[in-house]
Unconditional design. Sequence first.
Length: 131
Amino acid sequence: RSNSILQKYLKETMQGDPEVLVELNIVRIDNKKSLQQLRYFYGVVLPVIKQSLEDLQGESLTKEEVVIFLKDRFFYEEVPTGEHFVKLPMTFSKAKKSEIYKFIQDVIDFGRDILNVEIPEPVKDYGKQDD
């Protein structure tokens, strides 16, 4: 069934012209980050870390500032630029489940080991695998 839908779409896109170049990008949806992961991060993990950082610094922080801080520490890729590497923050929107899982685990470890706070466990498994 899905094969015929794809064939129909390609036929319509090419409009009978065999010279038309078509780029097809297939990504398994189940490999993408899940809403459950983001809910756990934004609803449970982030508020605990934010409060702890505010207590430590003695000043108020926005959620965005805390997310930027955490991404800078735990959610980046090193991109080569000639002889050096530059750390660039990754985006949640393009991340895989396993990348988000690792990020959340790193933040939880940071909270426990550095900030001395315990973060409640998720109610359900929030996905470490890219099945």
